[in-house]
Design a protein around this ligand. Structure first.
Ligand code: A3P
Ligand code: MG
Ligand code: MG
Ligand code: MG
Length: 346
């Protein structure tokens, strides 16, 4: 690795390579078929892929950057830090290493950085994707009956989706300095493409404040107001906030990372989630990339979240993100006072 690049640039380049490896772990767990689902809370699950991908990311980054503060979504009850040697990644993405570091980040030291890790964003979609990978209808039916958290409505929508929910799954790494997300990675393990005539699975999107974004083709926002929101964690407040937006279309997809990807790629213009369910690891990386691309992510009142190590994990006042300032202002102006108060009092 080039050691001459500034710390933030090196850390982002390492995060891109580590996220690629974590994405392979996510696919490998799915291929083996033993998901090891653990229930953390209501509508809140963890799998072997969440646990292993996080171990890979934290072990790789902390070996190279020992003074970093790294906060991951998943608890590690056995405090196990040993990982298989092929999970320890020391590569760094060559394209990212060439980025121009903004002057304001040149003097940043490891101790000044907080890294927020969501090893698998869209766990609900991941586990439901597993259900659909069972090709044999008998096996699928059996798994459906045993599945603890899937309703008939979801099962039918899964059938109609051509098994596509796995595309919603991402690996998220967010890099914050002075409580602000300055760089981030969204890796999409199940993104399908053809490169040099060969089928390829997975892609990695990155962004660095004042330097740019990469790993995807940006597109103009849609002509009409298309909103993206949760498909697995809705509630009456979430629905109320969607109603008042007067959108031409509402897309219900999994994961904070995937919803921000939809904004970046022009499939939606605003992301609205009026609920405290998202956490700092869901939004740090996506917010950094979105703002490097000219967009904005805040709570539903319009305040930025802070990403210092001592901040509370939940994004209590929900999430409101847009591809540009004007659309962000419009969406904030539509949120009624009583909805803001209802969230503040939750
Ligand atoms: N009510 C809730 N309870 C637990 N987690 C929630 C939640 N609402 C949202 N989240 C988390 O926020 C992320 C995006 O949610 P959604 O897909 O519904 O938009 C998911 O991250 P994970 O999949 O990493 O846990 C999800 O678990
Ligand atoms: Mg989770
Ligand atoms: Mg998440
Ligand atoms: Mg997660």
């Amino acid at each position: 690795m080039s050691n001459s690049a500034p710390l933030i640039v090196r850390l982002l380049a390492s995060s891109v390579s580590v996220a690629n490896r974590a994405g392979k772990i996510v696919r490998d767990v799915m291929s083996k078929g033993e998901l090891g689902i653990v229930e953390k809370g209501k509508d809140d699950y963890q799998t072997e892929a969440d646990r292993s991908a996080q171990k890979c990311i934290i072990a790789s980054l902390s070996a190279q950057y020992p003074k970093l503060c790294i906060i991951g979504e998943e608890d590690n009850p056995d405090n196990e830090t040993e990982v298989p040697s092929d999970w320890l990644i020391v590569d760094a993405d060559k394209e990212v290493l060439l980025l121009n570091c903004p002057d304001s980040l040149l003097g940043v030291k490891e101790e000044d950085i907080v890294v927020w890790v969501d090893p698998l964003d869209g766990t609900a979609e991941y586990t439901q994707g597993a259900l659909m990978l069972k090709r044999n209808p008998w096996e699928r039916g059996k798994m459906y009956l045993m599945h603890p958290f899937i309703s008939m409505k979801w099962y039918l929508s899964l059938l109609q989706s051509n098994y596509g929910f796995l595309e919603h799954v991402t690996v998220l790494i967010g890099i914050a300095v002075n409580e602000k997300p300055v760089a981030g990675v969204i890796h999409q393990p199940y993104y399908k493409s053809i490169v040099d005539g060969e089928k390829k699975l997975g892609r990695t999107i990155w962004g660095l404040q004042e330097a740019g974004v990469g790993g995807f083709s940006s597109a103009a926002p849609p002509d009409s107001l298309i909103i993206t929101t949760t498909r697995s964690h809705s509630n009456p407040l979430v629905e109320k906030a969607l109603q008042v937006m007067e959108a031409s279309q509402i897309l219900r997809v999994g994961g904070a990372g995937y919803k921000v990807l939809q904004l970046l790629e022009g499939q939606a213009s605003v992301y609205v989630f009026a609920s405290p369910g998202c956490k700092k690891w869901d939004t740090c990386g996506p917010e950094a990339i979105l703002s490097a691309a000219g967009g904005k992510l805040t709570d539903i009142v319009g305040n930025f979240y802070k990403y210092g190590a001592s901040e509370s994990r939940p994004n209590k006042m929900g999430v409101l993100a847009a591809v540009n300032d004007d659309l962000h202002k419009y969406a904030i102006s539509k949120i009624p006072q009583e909805l803001k108060e209802a969230l503040a009092n939750k």
